[in-house]
Design a protein around this ligand. Sequence first.
Ligand code: PLP
Length: 352
Amino acid sequence: MNKFDLNKLIRPNVLEMLPYSSARDEFEGEASVFLDANENSLGSSIEGEYNRYPDPRQTPLRNEFAKLKGIKPEQIFFGNGSDEAIDLLFRAFCEPKKDRALIFPPTYGMYKVQANINETPVDEINLNPDFTLPIDKIEQVINPNVKLMFICSPNNPTGNLIAKDKIIRIIENFRGLVIVDEAYIDFAPSDASMISEIENYPNLVVLQTFSKAWGLAGLRLGMAFAQKELIDTLCKIKYPYNVNQLTQDAVLQAVLNPTLKNEMVATILEQRTQLIAALNIIDAVKYIYPTDANFVLAQIKNATEIYKKLIAKGIVVRNRSNVALCNDCLRITIGTAAENKALINELTVLTK
Ligand SMILES: Cc1ncc(COP(=O)(O)O)c(C=O)c1O
């Protein structure tokens, strides 16, 4: 690849602008009297100390998480969910109505929504019928204005990992950014992540989240991993205090002790195997796609009807029947043993 110049990809207004400089940016160090940010110096109106603005750089959390991931702290962006990182990528790199994004349906819906909000035209190339990446097609038809390409691995809603060698071939031949969304990576084999490749490729962004394996969806913390220059660009345009104090404190505790997370992942993987075995016994289940995520995509006879009947029984799965290549498919999150049993019992009765 030619020498990569990130500055050529960044929108000119973003490149030229000065970021907001917060009180916490302008003073770093030890002091005993803080009268610089118009906070309430008396304290908080609830129990706990929330009267001070949170650290805009999330320093303790960033340092600990970098150790856990084996990367440098400056290669991490933390956002209000990985959805914030997706949004900022559009705002930093896509000139509205001009630059384009490329997605591979069926895939996570927010890429297109964020593109639409930003008036970024979206090109779509369906995955192959077995949900692998249509690599030759991509290389033949890619529009020169494509700046962002989103590859979801393991993919939502299909559950499969996308082969690393194919992703690397794309990264090496594409002049824009390749964003690999690894929201479900903790449920895949341990060598599946692309995170170790950020060192090698300045146009690679890896997204992960605390919403899935870590069980912290309610706290809203997601991240982007990339080389420092790219992370600096996202930090330049983020809201100064985008990750609140409660989230920073709570997630730091989780990162310092990931045992429970690892145990939950192991249990979910066991439950996944059992759920797949139980689904396979049901006649109406025509096919269960291989999965490396905390959900399975199952093709079921009369899926929409079954979906509605399950709701009537108080069980909600995701109907993906109207999504490209997912005719008659339900996406089922792996639940607790009792929840999975309840689902199987109802499905067995409803499909008799
Ligand atoms: C592929 C994928 N990426 C990102 C997200 C959003 O993650 P977060 O909760 O960190 O915004 C989801 C949520 O379902 C997802 O499926």
